[in-house]
Design a protein around this ligand. Sequence first.
Ligand code: SF4
Length: 313
Amino acid sequence: MSWRDYDCLNIPLKSSVQMKNKYSITSDILSFQLCRRQYGFFGVRGYQPAHVVQYWYGTILHQVLDKLHMHYQGLLDESTVERIPTDEEVEIYFNAVDDSLRARGIRAINSSLRKTAINVLKIFNALEGPKLYPNVIDTECDLQSDQGNYILHGVVDLLKEISMAKYTKDYDKVEIWDYKGTKFPDLSIKYGQEKLDRYVFQMLVYAELYKLKNGKYPLKGKLYFMNELFGNSNANETPPEAVYVVEFRDRDINEKINSALNLFSNTVTEIESNLKYDRWDPPEQQPDKETCDICDLRWNCSALTKKYPMRYP
Ligand code: SF4
């Protein structure tokens, strides 16, 4: 038999499968909304920022908190089940996480930031641990949903059972928590309310993702602003600014969630049109000063109303 015997064979080509992009609520949508240029350079093109200070702080808080929850559940060592970690144990977990971040080149910019992070974690553990840890249902919950042309993705820091809540047939007796490694936004300054609105938007999207997985909305969302604990003189009470509650048991909840999902989808469309040409222009409006102050693009950015003075070595 020669190869010519197969000449008339007609084998249909495999149709190419279009891969869907996955968009995370925090690292894509909120980052792009904050500044599309910064998102494009660091999030898409992968440039390495000179200082990853913000990333170090947020990551170490989240990872140590996760270890504290695991400690209470006895997942790291059975003997610690239902026992609140001591200050020494918080420090041991902190050092272990810090070492692993340092091995990846992510470190604190100075020792005072390191001290702030340890201090905040110890206060949180002592103040919130006894009320919170026994009611934790799950941590670092990966939630996603197929939105047709893309995948919507989010990681909820914590799910807490609220057993005392009255029975409601349309809601789970659950709170979703998100830890923020910052203070509560200052609403008296220009960008404060915008920042808070973005966090609320994030919680509304999480509520929808939760419902898609569990069939009902959670009752509440809680934003916990960890840096409100720093220097807290009253170690027995949660400072009022540390917690911001988003009530999902609201008669306009469907409308609010739909508009959050629309905003998510419009942002995806904008990201994809920028991705097509790899074009990341400065935003029309400068983001908050905190964001620009630590951005490596600040020396040459037309969005800024005031130039940063050049520093020579
Ligand atoms: S300096 Fe500010 S506006 Fe310019 S890219 Fe950086 S974060 Fe965006």
